[in-house]
Design a protein. Sequence first.
Length: 105
Amino acid sequence: MDKKTELISPDLKEMAQLAKALSHPVRLYIVMSLAHMNSCCYSGDLAEEIGVGRSTLSQHLKELKFAGLIQGEIEAPYIRYCLNRDNWQKARQLFNNLFAEKNNL
């Protein structure tokens, strides 16, 4: 294993994936909305609220879901989305650790 590979820990890889998922304002809005609702909502409701097309919203939801920040539950014919609170807490801890290290430099 080379030195570069050793420097990139699994936590850094996970933070990069999370940062990528959160790198768009619409995705940040989705996460903030779900957090403030403290419940789940349907993708159709989000599309109307945000004012984006359903296919565009679907791509944003896909990125957030891939990163594990949200989860979808199928209630045919709809999909209900919620924050994945366990993964959100883990993401918060990873970034808190990163910022704590930065403050100690």
